[in-house]
Design a protein around this ligand. Sequence first.
Ligand SMILES: [Zn+2]
Length: 150
Amino acid sequence: MSSCCSNHATKIITGICPQCGESCKSVEHKTLYHQVKFPENQKISLDKYYFCSSEKCPVGYFSSTGHAISKQQLRTYQEIEDDKLCYCFDINADHYLSALTANNAETLKNFVIQKTKSGDCACDIKNPSGQCCLAKFKALERLASSSLVN
Ligand SMILES: [Zn+2]
């Protein structure tokens, strides 16, 4: 689909968060170094690291050998707290939900899709998960349509 979201050379594997038990996806070291604050970034080892995306869990990253880095030690901590949807273009979940209500969500999403296609996004370093945000847009759409039905 896009240059930044589908061409990851390294295979994503999953690990279980030692704190909350969620199944979490692995991240590249490049993501870690752009996310973890100094001086915690000095302690990152060569082990495999995973990102816990659970909003309720204090753990940000954890390694296969038990090293954990809390969400508070991430440079995106405030954005995680704000429920950021798209870290590349500064779109919060709230922004997208109001766009869905106002019927211009398509415009917003197409902007992101287009910028992603032209390679102007930087999910692999901006997003703490290292993943493209478009899946989260779809998840929100499902959430919004189910709450409209109720
Ligand atoms: Zn967790």
